[in-house]
Write a protein that binds this ligand. Sequence first.
Ligand SMILES: Nc1ncnc2c1ncn2[C@@H]1O[C@H](COP(=O)(O)OP(=O)(O)OP(=O)(O)O)[C@@H](O)[C@H]1O
Ligand SMILES: [Mg+2]
Length: 480
Amino acid sequence: MVAMDYAQMGQDWLAGKVRITQFGKYKLTPKQIEYVNAKDRHLLVSGGRGCGKTMAFIVKMYLLAQMFPGIHILLGRKTRSNIEQTTLPDVFDVFPQGTYEYKVGAGKIFFPNGSQITIKGLDASASGEDTKKAAQDIKGMNLGAAFLDQLEEISEDVYDTLDACVRQGGMPFHQLCGTTNPANYWGYGRFKATPMPHYRLIEASMLDNKQNLPEDFVASQLAKGESWVRKYVHGEWSPDSMTEGAVFEESHVRAMEHGVKAPLRTLDGVKIFAEPRMEPYQIGVDPSIGTADPCCVKVFSRKTGEEVASYSAFVPIKVIADKVSFLSSLFSEMDRPLVVPESNGVGQALVEELRKRDLKIYIRESFNSRTRKTSDKLGFATTYSTKMQLIEHAKGLMAKGQVRVREKETLDELKVFRYDDAAKKAGAGSPDGFHDDRVMATLLALWNVQPTDGSRDELADEIRKAVKTFRRATRTNQAR
Ligand SMILES: Nc1ncnc2c1ncn2[C@@H]1O[C@H](COP(=O)(O)OP(=O)(O)OP(=O)(O)O)[C@@H](O)[C@H]1O
Ligand SMILES: [Mg+2]
């Protein structure tokens, strides 16, 4: 389509004479059609994983750039590297080749019709001062539209500042468009609980887009446990699916208090709570971030769910790797323990160090929604949704009394660990001034662990139930 057509289409679209249902080879889903055609000033799509949020968001951004010559659009996310690594590859997949020019250094996308997209990190998760700086930075902008990927990562202040900037003169259309996961943050009140005037929320389920997703992927997602399925498959955004406050139930934490004990011995800073037995073990590693947080290494028995060793200190990556190596050989009576390191940020360097040693490192399946392929990677990648899975899993074990925490400091951290949608906490963390490294290392040491005491059948039942639900959902979807 040539630029002229687009400009005319823009006029017709504004006048309500055109409804967009297709974009090149992409046939849009009904929810995507709703999103792309909505004209409300504040627009947000919330939903399950893979429900097509990003696709709708990108298509809309492209169309606005083409239909309204000279429009200035801001494409924002928490950090610019977030956008470059996660959003841009999708953007360039969808934007028709040869119709725009991307200037990497400037962080801008130019269109021949004078429209431009500016890529910007909004740093909402940074400390108060940085947020202020980001706000200062955007205050001077004069925009036709703002596109905010993962609105839950952006602070309310920054959003309001942007709102005031979306006022480009001579532009017949202005809009703020976002995508979000169903998280507990300011957006819930404005878009869902009591929608403010000119705020429009579109909610979608993974099943709305299932024709564009691999069948086995959808099935595996549906097999993940009820609360996870409600939130991440069906995209349910409600107080029920947003559990507030303490992550771990008081009664469970209380029960675990009885198991706290002093270490049998301490070896070079490593607390040993039980001697190695003929049992499989798992080691969780939360690497430290700079000097603000200590690192933590935890060893749990995969058979009994008992904590057998713990190490926590402010030390360089190499020292952490040495401790992991030491603990791995100490608890190798039956089998080498499975080491589950967090692989984000500094975790990447840690994984590299661990690779040099003779260890059995956790392999994750990583799903690339762009190429729709899965690949194997080392370590555990913490994101909002994987952190929730870690938590759900550990909570399930605790509810069955299958976790025995031995270290007192860990129990103290478990008590204050809260759901929190401040972006840097990825859904949960400790209040400022408290650490959560011991909690994270504990969750990693328990990840996928099913202590053998009678829990197997329950899990199998859960999966059977989920698959049934999936079949039913598929049938209703087809019937529609
Ligand atoms: N209308 C469509 N036609 C064809 N493929 C589509 C369509 N919409 C989405 N897809 C594909 O489905 C997959 C998931 O879509 P998308 O990434 O937009 O979902 P999402 O809701 O943003 O997912 P996530 O929760 O992972 O961010 C992608 O591979 C995307 O290319
Ligand atoms: Mg997305």
